[in-house]
Design a protein around this ligand. Structure first.
Ligand code: NAD
Length: 484
């Protein structure tokens, strides 16, 4: 094994945890690179105790002092960008440029956390003679963040900098498929001067998540992952009266109009469906081709064929994921769809044991097919033909998900119509992956998000804090008005 077994991080120390272990694979070649402990409720207890012990001192620091840690952390992310990139690539499989972009995004998220003192400055007003109302924000206490496999560095950084800068102590439960990056995050934060106990990392799967949901010492839980598990976490953690924000899966539609710019549209659609091997909750999954768009589809085939698995396309996360994705393609074909570009049975020379699926474009998919309805999470695009914009919007809005939707058009009126009427939390116009950048918040609608608010940017401030409304009177007047 290239790396020693992963350890939990509790009270500022790496500690052995878990009664059993899972192998961690490099999806690029199938090799075992480490082992991850499957912790239990006991390890969650220990993490909560450490976090509770750290909370009084950490939350008592003025926010301007707390964010100093994150200025240093940001510099350390930049210093170590090459090794952090390599680690993401190794445990998740993404190619170098994608893994590097993930670290750059972590830096941007940290920059936002550094700006929190400016953004969270309170409100104050003399509401009647000598009487002042003010609002101040306070942290919640011990909070938890549960993350998925597809962004081992970035998604933990969606929550860690903001939640901690706002004064909370946080327990991270990373995906057991990609546990290594979170140890580096803990290490860098320690080097940046984060006091012991402010961040804990507890590894494992379902048992740890359930223990987090049930634990009476945890005030709030954020979750990012599939809709199936988001629902479990939302129900279970709200049952113990916690504040919960659970982001789920996605089925993103790109509506392509016949007037769309040929090169920009065809290259962006292909980049959206294949980037990170299609394992992005913002990836294009269905293209709704309106009217005569054959010329765009032909050009997409050209761009898809320029993608070389193993060079500019990474593997998917596991053999099971590869088999599942291939099944979707085969079932769609059997149901009458036409496979224009076929990524099944992709083998990369020298990495024959890696879990590769090549870019796949399937035309003449109908809305009733499984591939049109379910999240595939691979480099696969289903094309549904549609006679006009209204029919295309009906396809988009029938999806139970609602993470992202995009339209490609040169018409402002069409773009505005989609912006207003698409039932999704993040909308793109001529943008294939409409991820908002800081300070704009990230979050979907419908079954892509349970709970209120967004997970990053300004939206996250409300989630990680509670406001206190204070009314004071220091002048000596009395009996002069109804507030005296
Ligand atoms: P997942 O739901 O399988 O796992 C997410 C987390 O839940 C992991 O930490 C895992 O250990 C835990 N978990 C798994 N099964 C569990 C169970 N039965 N009970 C309790 N906890 C459990 O998701 P994944 O496969 O790691 O990630 C891919 C999914 O995440 C996709 O659906 C993708 O769309 C979604 N995702 C969504 C967003 C978003 O912002 N909406 C962002 C990234 C990924």
């Amino acid at each position: 094994m290239k790396y020693p077994a992963v350890q939990n991080y509790v009270g500022g120390r790496f500690v052995i945890g878990g009664a059993s272990f899972l192998d961690v694979h490099n999806p690029g070649d199938g090799s075992v690179i480490s082992r991850v402990p499957l912790s239990s409720g006991q390890e969650v207890d220990a993490a909560v105790i450490a976090a509770k012990a750290a909370f009084p001192a950490w939350s008592a620091l003025p926010i301007k002092e707390r964010v100093q840690v994150f200025y240093r952390y940001r510099a350390l992310l930049e210093r170590d960008i090459e090794s952090l990139t390599a680690l993401v690539s190794e445990e998740n499989g993404k190619v170098y440029t994608e893994a590097r972009a993930e670290i750059l995004k972590s830096m941007e998220l940290t920059e936002f956390a550094c700006s929190l003192p400016q953004i969270t400055a309170g409100e104050v007003l003399e509401v009647s003679r000598g009487v002042e109302c003010r609002i101040e924000r306070f942290p919640l206490g011990v909070v938890a963040s549960i993350t998925p496999f597809n962004f081992p560095n970035m998604v933990p950084n969606w929550t860690i900098p903001n939640a901690i800068a706002l004064g909370n102590c946080l327990i991270l439960k990373p995906s057991e498929l990609v546990p290594l990056s979170s140890s580096r995050i803990a290490d860098l934060l320690r080097e940046a001067g984060l006091p012991d106990g402010v961040l804990q990392v507890v590894h494992g799967g379902k048992d740890v998540v359930e223990a987090i949901c049930d634990h009476p010492g945890i005030e709030a839980v954020s979750f990012v992952g599939s809709t199936r598990v988001a629902k479990i976490v939302y129900r279970r953690a709200t049952a113990t009266l916690k504040r919960v924000l659970a982001l789920g899966g996605a089925k993103n539609h790109l509506i392509v109009m016949p007037d769309a710019d040929l090169e920009m549209t065809s290259s962006n659609v292909v980049a959206s469906m294949t980037g990170c091997a299609g394992q992005r909750c913002m990836a294009a999954s269905v293209m709704v081709a309106v009217s005569d768009t054959d010329h765009i589809i032909d050009r997409m085939i050209h761009y898809a064929k320029m993608i070389v698995p193993g060079e500019n396309l990474g593997p998917v996360i596991s053999a099971e994921a590869r088999d599942r994705i291939e099944r979707y393609i085969t079932e769609a074909e059997a149901a009458g769809a036409r496979v224009l570009v076929d990524g099944r049975k992709t083998v990369v020379k020298g990495r024959e044991r890696g879990y590769y699926v090549g870019p796949t474009i399937i035309d003449h998919v109908t809305p009733d097919m499984k591939i049109a309805q379910e999240e595939v999470f691979g480099p696969v695009l289903a094309i549904i033909r549609s006679k006009d914009l209204d029919a295309a919007m009906a396809v988009e809005n029938a999806s139970p998900y609602g993470n992202a939707a995009s339209v490609f058009t040169e018409s402002g009126g069409t773009a505005r119509y989609v912006m207003e009427h698409a039932s999704a939390g993040m909308i793109g116009v001529n943008v294939g992956v409409p991820v908002p950048r800081e300070p704009f918040s990230f979050g979907g609608w419908n079954e892509s998000r349970f709970g209120v608010g967004d997970i990053t940017g300004r939206g996250s401030i409300e989630f990680w804090t509670q406001s206190k409304k204070m009314t004071t009177k220091w002048n000596r007047e009395h009996g002069t008005n109804w507030m005296s």
